[in-house]
Design a protein around this ligand. Sequence first.
Ligand SMILES: Nc1ncnc2c1ncn2[C@@H]1O[C@H](COP(=O)(O)OP(=O)(O)O)[C@@H](O)[C@H]1O
Ligand SMILES: [Mg+2]
Length: 370
Amino acid sequence: MSTKPVIGILTWRDGKRFAEPGYLRRLVTAGKRMGAETFLFSHQDVNTAEKKIRGFVPAKGGGWESRLYHWPQVVIDRYRKRVDAYMRLRHSGQFQFANSPFGKKWRVTELLARDERVNKWIPDTYVYAKGKVKTMLDRYPIVYVKPGNGTGGRSIVKISQEGKRYLASGRDRRLKKRQASFASREALENWILKWVREQRIRDGNFLVQQGLDLSLVPGRVADVRLLIQKNSAGKWDVTGCGVRLGQTGSSISNLHGGGRAIPFAAFVGKRFGSERTQLIERECHRMAHAVASVLEEKFGQMMEFGLDVGVDVAGRVWLIEVNPKPGREIFRQMGDARTYEEAIARPVAFALHLISSGQGQKKGAGNTGA
Ligand SMILES: Nc1ncnc2c1ncn2[C@@H]1O[C@H](COP(=O)(O)OP(=O)(O)O)[C@@H](O)[C@H]1O
Ligand SMILES: [Mg+2]
């Protein structure tokens, strides 16, 4: 048996079609470079009885090749679809995972809003019910309505006031821009009621949230994506952050929704000056560490988080969303190759740390979980 540590990456595949092929190709390659036997596998590749796994690695000249592998000592869960067979495997106890299962947006927001260590950064948030938008508009000039299980900016509406009228501007389930304006709160409320029925994602609920004024560039939404990861010593460390600037008139900043990636210091510095920008960045880091440790207490060991952070026009820092399986393309898009590399290497470094400190499964000793 080879003496190399064995790391499996659990993801979705259909034939040789993988979710996120670009990132996963780089991740497997980083694993190999760092001296680990690293491969992708999906739920259908696990042979529990014989303790064997079919693993996939990039083939020379493109595509993927597969063979049988030993049981992984640590598994990184990168599966981002809700497939029953995956969920069963995830909870079967057969693997030692680097990252625990995570909660839905509402549960996570609720936990953080109740925790004194982090609640100052959490916007006022409720589960949507008819009438809630009106109450929130009494308190805040901007209100967001968004799905409790959405991604990529889907089904999100921003509500604001323009003179005596109310403006709703958002993205539907397919990220198409939608806009409407209303003379009364009743008319607005009815439109929102229809929205949550039509734009619902699976059987999920909607949240109503205090809207932040993120128009650091007038007419546009800008927020910060921060990546915090466990490093080779098993400690949380901020890998980097960048600004996402949404399109003109867009209610969201998401890159998939047409947002652009910009280095943090340049962008925030332009608005707040370099000294204040440093303080803001430090607060973002402090918040990220606090949030990561609070969440880890509740959900068990985690490996990385992508935080959507709002820096409002007054320079206040807010937490908009926590992503447990974040992308890292922002670093590539803003031309920061070093941070991008680091963001890819860290999951491997953390998995290697778990193995070398005895927190992985024994080699060849697959626990069948039975
Ligand atoms: N409360 C809010 N105030 C201001 N902007 C928000 C708010 N909530 C969401 N947004 C904008 O919408 C984007 C998407 O929202 P988010 O909660 O991250 O959902 P998703 O899971 O779809 O990314 C955010 O990155 C931000 O630009
Ligand atoms: Mg988000």
